[in-house]
Design a protein around this ligand. Structure first.
Ligand code: BGC
Length: 377
């Protein structure tokens, strides 16, 4: 009976995964959420254990960014629905806090750890302890580097996120046909987050030929990853860097044609800076996550696009992985060559990121129950 329930839940979750993101089609789930809270997963509530048993530690980086709250809530709800006990922790973007939270999870009997790392390189020692204790580790969204304790990686196709952002700028500026030159500035993420290099890499692979040919001009001269990284993905850091770029290069109203921002928190900083300091025509601005503030900016014409990564789908895929590990079977993966963490390639499941803009956000975000209409007012 319990087995039947679990397979029912898993197949519902798998169907949702196929429909949302991982299968590439439009999301079909429907969830109501209170206006102030991000919508959580559609998975059934855990009124009775659904076949799984044991404890899962879920370590999230921070509550500061909307998406991690959604990720944590979705993981907790879906794991509980599948019958597992959950220890969910947020580390305020502080590496030492995350390490000690993971130590506590190990000592309190977690059998699987699901970790969205703050700094992918800082968990080697604590994960060696996990391995020693026979605890399996799933890297969630961000790859954990240089640790052979990592069994699986569940994420979105991070390179594709960057490609979609770069392609968008290419199409909007019609780089193959228009005379140009066009002014571009670039903002990516935290150097300790392996994803940031994939986002940057995907976008720069599209845009670099046009920078090299002079059709795209980066007046700040800041193009290399290290020069365009944003510590902690922080909105404030992006904003102050954009303030400096504007005052040095665009103070006279020279047009900025596009700003490549790897995610929504950096896009928000750039937008804030433009609003305060810039007098030229509004540039194309990219983003990622479809955070509420950024969707509002898209609706208001201040941000051009974002990338929708349905955190319900990623949670569902990760719960499938946990379940397979707990039962001693192989977890679902669809990529066994892209993500080498320094100890070898980590078998991965890559969900598909979806392009979002003012024309499709209703279908993607409201019809799918990700947000309510009121949240975006
Ligand atoms: C995630 C992005 C997020 C960024 C900042 C990345 O690892 O993949 O979705 O915007 O971290 O939290």
């Amino acid at each position: 009976m319990k087995k039947k329930l679990l397979s029912g839940i898993l197949s519902a979750v798998m169907t949702a995964s196929l429909l949302v993101g991982c299968g590439g089609a439009a999301p079909a789930a429907s969830t109501e959420a209170p206006a102030s809270e991000p919508a959580a997963t559609e998975a059934p509530a855990a009124t009775e254990s659904a076949g799984g048993s044991g404890k899962v530690g879920v370590a999230m980086p921070t509550k500061d960014l909307q998406r991690w709250n959604q990720d944590g809530a979705n993981m907790e709800e879906q794991l509980k629905a599948a019958g597992y006990e959950v220890d969910l922790q947020y580390a305020s973007n502080d590496i030492a806090t995350q390490v000690s939270q993971i130590e506590n999870m190990i000592s309190s009997g977690a059998q699987v750890l699901v970790i969205a790392s703050i700094d992918g390189d800082s968990l080697g020692t604590v994960l060696a302890q996990a391995k020693e204790a026979g605890i399996k580790v799933i890297a969630y969204d961000r790859l954990i580097m240089n640790s052979d304790a990592v069994s699986y990686y569940a994420t979105f196709d991070n390179y594709m996120v960057g490609t979609k952002q770069g392609e968008y700028i290419k199409q909007q500026l019609d780089l193959d046909n228009a005379a140009g030159p066009f002014n571009l500035e670039i903002f990516t993420g935290d150097p300790g987050d392996n994803n940031a290099r994939f986002f940057y890499g995907g976008a720069i692979d599209v845009l670099k030929p046009y920078i090299d040919s002079g059709k795209l001009v980066v007046k700040s001269g800041q193009v290399d990853f290290d020069n365009v990284a944003t510590a902690n993905w922080s909105t404030e850091n992006a904003q102050s860097r954009m303030d400096a770029i504007i005052s040095a290069n665009y103070a006279d109203g020279t047009k900025i044609d596009a700003v490549l921002c790897s995610n929504d928190s950096t896009a928000l900083g750039v937008t804030n800076s433009l609003e305060a300091n810039y007098t030229g025509d509004w540039p194309i601005i990219t983003g990622q996550d479809c955070d509420v503030a950024n969707v509002k900016n898209m609706i208001a014409g201040k941000q051009s696009m974002s990338i929708f990564k349905d955190t319900r789908t990623l949670a569902a895929k990760t719960v499938e992985m946990v379940d397979a590990i707990m039962k001693g079977t192989d977890a679902p993966v669809n990529d066994t060559k892209t993500y080498d963490n320094g100890t070898g390639v980590i078998p991965s499941f890559l969900c598909e990121p979806v392009f979002a803009d003012v024309n499709n956000y209703k279908e993607l975000l409201i019809d799918s129950g990700y947000y309510t209409e009121d949240q975006l007012k």
